[in-house]
Design a protein around this ligand. Structure first.
Ligand SMILES: Cc1cc2nc3c(=O)[nH]c(=O)nc-3n(C[C@H](O)[C@H](O)[C@H](O)COP(=O)(O)O)c2cc1C
Length: 201
């Protein structure tokens, strides 16, 4: 796992002639679906875009970034922030009716009237799923690029996004034809670990 994390990089140029099989796509998405969500709310909907005309329109909405058309797989990770209200027994079929009722009640108490938190948690969950998707791709011999550089409203219109849903990010996956940028480097670890609480000058 550490190797997948250490070798994952964002690639900008993929081989447009490489096709990913339906079995590989389902494998990747099924692994992403094992990511954590609050109360197993599973707010994600993974829009797998295969239509080349649509890919070209999405590329135009993404400042002409080549990954959008050239990657073997373009997944638009979207989320339904109201998923916490869904039928818990269907979402967690093995949990049993009693547990489902307890979880449903606590979800309602936690989220009702706090639309910002519904949205935050849906987007947090899809962020975790996007990372799982990229690490799973790495494991299957692919490379990837997460993307947020696009006109979010234009993308929503192009994929007929339901009004209740939000677009979180793109994940593009494929076989690279050029190297990733030189790694930009990370901050000193002592700066990013905060021991117990922040200190203020
Ligand atoms: C939310 C988010 C949005 C991003 N959007 C883009 C993008 O639109 N285009 C792109 O080429 N890379 C995008 N990236 C990738 C970052 O630029 C990249 O992860 C960063 O430069 C570090 O490089 P590395 O992933 O190779 O370690 C995005 C990453 C994140 C997390």
């Amino acid at each position: 796992m550490a190797t997948a994390i250490e070798t994952r990089r964002s690639f900008l140029h993929f081989d447009p002639s490489h096709e990913m099989s339906e079995a590989e796509i389902e494998r990747l998405v099924s692994l992403a679906m094992l990511s954590s969500t609050p109360g197993n709310t599973q707010p994600w909907r993974f829009v797998v875009v295969r239509d080349l005309t649509l890919r070209k329109e999405l590329r135009a909405a993404a400042f002409d970034q080549a990954q959008v058309t050239d990657a073997s797989l373009l997944v638009i990770v979207t989320a339904d922030p109201s998923a916490f209200q869904s039928d818990r027994e269907r979402y967690s079929p093995t949990a049993g009716p009693e547990t489902s009722k307890v979880v449903a009640n606590s979800m309602m108490q936690f989220y009702t009237g706090r639309e910002w938190l519904q949205r935050d948690d849906a987007v947090k969950s899809t962020g975790l799923a996007a990372m799982t998707l990229m690490l799973a791709a790495q494991d299957l011999g692919y490379n990837s690029c997460p993307m947020g550089g696009f006109d979010i409203d234009a993308v929503g219109r192009r994929i007929d996004l339901p009004e209740t849903h939000v677009v979180s990010m793109f994940v593009t996956i494929g076989k690279p034809v050029s190297d990733a940028w030189h790694r930009g480097g990370q901050l000193p670890i002592g700066e990013v670990i905060v021991r117990d609480r922040f200190t203020h000058a």
